[in-house]
Design a protein around this ligand. Structure first.
Ligand code: MN3
Length: 243
């Protein structure tokens, strides 16, 4: 799909994911795009919730285009193929992650790649936003100060060796925590060393920043704060609290 068709198919450019609590799980991603609306757990490839250049100058349009249309799409396709005809075919990604150790490496890597990028796209938005005073209080209560929270999250992102993700997540006991995971693992996976419900994430694979930042991952991480979508982070927080 070329860029013009992408914009066209994205309609008004508004696509939102709402995390809906389920008794047994951590919530499911519902695609609100009317074109793709369905009531099953069918794995869908969502539209990017903004234009490729929306996050300029912090994240450049070319990186976004390749990242979404090539990398993310490949994870999606490979994930769908990996679960095709298996017992996982009708499960939500979250449900699969709960026992991902019993599936193939392809399911773990591509399922994570599919899911993590959806979280990532949606926890970014055009324009600087700030957390509400309630959210700041929550972060202060756990990490001491908002600045300290940012420092700890940034350090987790900068020091993850090789490819992976950094996370703010709600650990068991409703406690906020910061950590990182290798490759495409995430805190919902049974094999993960950090476990909980994702609230905020950053992709630190080189493909996420190399075109613009080359080897300067720390600069990419520092600039990430200019595009964090705090409304989304707070919605995830409130949902995680209610589970
Ligand atoms: Mn990526």
């Amino acid at each position: 799909m070329d860029r013009r068709n992408f914009i066209k198919s994205a309609g008004a450019g508004t696509l939102s994911f709402v995390f809906i609590g389920k008794a047994a799980g951590t919530g499911i991603i519902k695609n609100n795009n009317a074109m793709e609306q369905n009531n099953s757990n069918k794995i869908l490839f969502p539209d990017l919730p903004y234009a490729y250049d929306a996050l300029e100058p912090w994240i450049d349009a070319r990186t976004m285009e390749i990242h979404y249309d090539k990398h993310h799409r490949a994870y999606f396709n490979n994930f769908v193929n990996a679960i095709k005809g298996t017992s996982a075919e009708n499960l939500s990604a979250e449900k699969i992650f709960e026992s991902v150790s019993s599936y193939s490496e392809a399911v773990r890597n591509n399922g994570g790649g599919y899911y993590n990028h959806i979280l990532f796209w949606n926890n970014m938005a055009k324009g600087l936003s700030t957390p509400s005073s309630e959210m700041v209080k929550v972060l202060e209560g756990t990490f001491g100060s908002f600045e300290k929270f940012k420092e700890l999250f940034s350090t987790a992102a900068k020091t993850r060796f090789g490819s992976g993700w950094a996370w703010l997540y709600m650990a068991p006991g409703k406690k906020l925590a910061i950590g990182s995971s290798p490759n495409q693992d995430n805190p919902l996976m049974d094999i993960s060393q950090i476990k909980g419900i994702p609230l905020l994430t950053i992709d630190v694979w080189e493909h996420a920043y190399y075109l613009k930042y080359q080897n300067r991952r720390p600069e990419y991480v520092d600039n990430f704060w200019n595009v964090v979508n705090w409304k989304e982070v707070e919605a995830r927080y409130r949902n995680a609290l209610s589970l």
